[in-house]
Structures are given as C-alpha cells and as structure tokens.
Design a protein around this ligand. Sequence first.
Ligand code: OAD
Length: 390
Amino acid sequence: MSGADGNAPPPGADPDAEAESGSTGDSDMELLRNLLARTLGLGTDPPERVLDELSLAGVARFMQSERCRRVVCMVGAGISTAAGIPDFRSPGTGLYANLGRYELPYPEAIFDIAYFKQHPEPFFALAKELLPGQLKPTVCHYFMRLLKEKGLLLRCYTQNIDTLERVAGLQPEELVEAHGTFQTAHCLRSSCRHQYDLSWVKEKIFSSLVPKCDKCQSVVKPDIVFFGENLPSRFFTLLQSDFQKVDLLIIMGTSLQVQPFASLVSRVPAGTPRLLINKEKTGQSDVFMSLMGFGSGMDFDSDKAYRDVAWLGDCDEGCLALAELLGWKKELQELVRKEHAAIDSVAAREDKSDAPGGDPKPRRGRTDSTGGSTEGGGAASEHRGDSKES
Ligand code: OAD
C-alpha cells in the first residue's frame, strides 16, 4: 500500500503484488493505452453517455433501468465517522492530526511495516483505543446491505478495517477488505506465521501488552495491511473481473489518496457512471498520476464531463437522498432501526453477563466479533464470529 499524496511511506503493494498475482498483461496494456489516449486527448470515440443527467436523480433513474444490474461500492473511513471512528485525513479530527502523543517520525509511521517491526508499541497503544467496540454500522453501511438485498451489489471494496460492513450483513464473498482486517492476526516471524484470532489479540492489547507469539515469542500483527505491505491477493484477483463488468461505481467516504486502491476508479469501462458521495470532491484528474499509470481520475465539472457525479455532504445523508429517489427510504430507515436495536439488545445481554459474578470480558469489541452473518445477515440475526477470508 502506498500514499498518493507524497507524505506516505514508499509503495509496497501495487506493481509487485500485481505481478505476484499474475494479474497484469493485456488488460493493463489496454488500460495504459486508454489512459494515455484520454490524458493526451487523443483519438478514441467518446463513450456513450448513459446518465440522462449528471446528478443524483440521473444516477437513481439509471439504477432503476434494466442497464444497471451490477453495482460496485468503493468505500473508506468517511463511511464510519458517524459510528464514532475518526477518519485519517480530515483536518483537526482525522487520526493523523492526533497522534502527537506517540512521538512518531511522521503520522503514517504508525501503519508502516518497517517502523512497526522496530517500534510496535505505538500501533498497539492506538489499537487499544481504536479497536472496534460497541459500534453500530451507519446508514451508509446499511444502504450497501439494501443494494445487496435488491440484487444490485456486485462487490464492496473497502479500505476500512473496522469490520462494520460485515456487521451490517455483507458476506465475506461480497467484500474485498483491501486493507485487511482485525479479525485475524499472524506471528511476524516468516518461519512461524502462527495464526491468532481477534479475541486472543484483544486480550493482550487490553492488558497493554504487545502481543507475542506463544510459539516463538515474535510480535504478532493483526492482518491489516500496513504501508510497505502487499494488499491481499483477493483484491487483485477480483478487480480483474469485477471492474470489467460493473454498471455503476459508487464511491463513498474516501479521500482516494492511497494506492493502489484509489486507482480502481479508472478501472471501470469508459461508459460506466461513477457516483461520489463524500464531504469533498476527491479522485479528480491528475495528469501526473495518470502518467504514472494510476488512472485518469474523475471529471465532475469540465465541459467534457459525461459520467461522473459528485454528491457533496455527509455519506449517510447522501445515501438517504439516493434511497429516497429510488423509493427505498422507509425500507432503509427500518433496516437501520431494526439492526441497531438488535445490536443494543446483544450489548445489554453481554452487560448482564459482565455483571459481578459474570464472565469478565474486555468492554470493547462486542459488535466487531459479529463478523458478518449468514442469510439475512447483520446483527439482527445475531450471527457472530464469521471470519472466513476467501
Ligand atoms: P481519509 O481520512 O483519507 O478520507 C476520508 C474522506 O471521507 C475525506 O475525503 C473526508 O472528507 C470524508 N468524510 C469524512 N467523514 C465523512 C462523512 N461523515 N460523510 C462524508 N464524507 C466524509 O480516509 P481513507 O480514504 O479511508 O490505511 O484513507 C485511506 C487509507 O489511508 C486508510 O485505509 C488507512 C490510511 O492510511 C490503513 O490504515 C491501513
């Protein structure tokens, strides 16, 4: 994983991991050709314009048409801020602006694999604060669940490690957790790599200990992708097919600053509409990044704009507005109400069992172990601990 803003540590994932997964080749050459042609304004016929209007209403009408059968969502930290988890880069409130107490050489060092190997303590101290606790997925998470229930969701590509997509009822196969997950952890020693689960790691973290392998005493690291590490092969494998057949891309709550994730926006076919729901415009064209092969970015405003729509504001509000246009608003609100009530009742039961004489569990991490669900999904059906990765 690497930062596109120049502040983040050096690249680790993109070229190597793609080569490893054997996923380059013709399609990448094609992508490069198209990028160059688009960047330099050469040749190629303008793609067919499928939105009747570059607006949320235009997107909603397209979603109601026969032509929109497969939606891919790309999401980031902004979809979880309403659940109480800070994002990374928002000025003032973002995580990177609030790491002073860890005395890091630069903020992203806390997620840098080379730094972590030397100094694991700051990451685990932060993890103690951040580990998903009694968190409820947001309206935005449940909007994706509705997309799934309507048979429209092809995949959700998330950069988040809070597991809230699973808690909201998306199945592991419907998800690409591009930056990994806290669900599992491994011993860092390459000759060991013993696997541990979330509850084992939590126990150590909540005792303010750096988790050490029972077998070899090396540090155990949660399976989240640090800067300098490869993304999961699942990311590179699935993007090859998903991004060829996607009819609509919905991007929510991300600054699109971290590669290779950010470059996914330019992987979709030239005619595929792209809707951004975010507090600010992100992912716009950047000639330098295009020439580096990281995609041509989005065009919301130029004379040539033909498929990109930016809805600016809070993700939850944006999802509600879209749901209203689709005639799903009541259904979405009811889903959120029902699922949140179910999470509250599980928490209340656990509170009872934690009462004096009960089983003393750490107070955090109640809903994260929900870890997805079976048919029907979500917290309402109380399926827990499904940490399957495929
Ligand atoms: P960022 O913090 O970079 O971007 C979050 C985006 O969401 C910003 O554009 C915010 O303006 C927007 N935003 C915040 N709250 C919002 C809300 N309620 N409604 C709408 N928009 C909102 O987070 P990411 O793009 O997810 O890697 O960051 C990408 C990666 O950088 C992360 O996965 C992380 C980090 O280094 C790891 O930790 C492994």
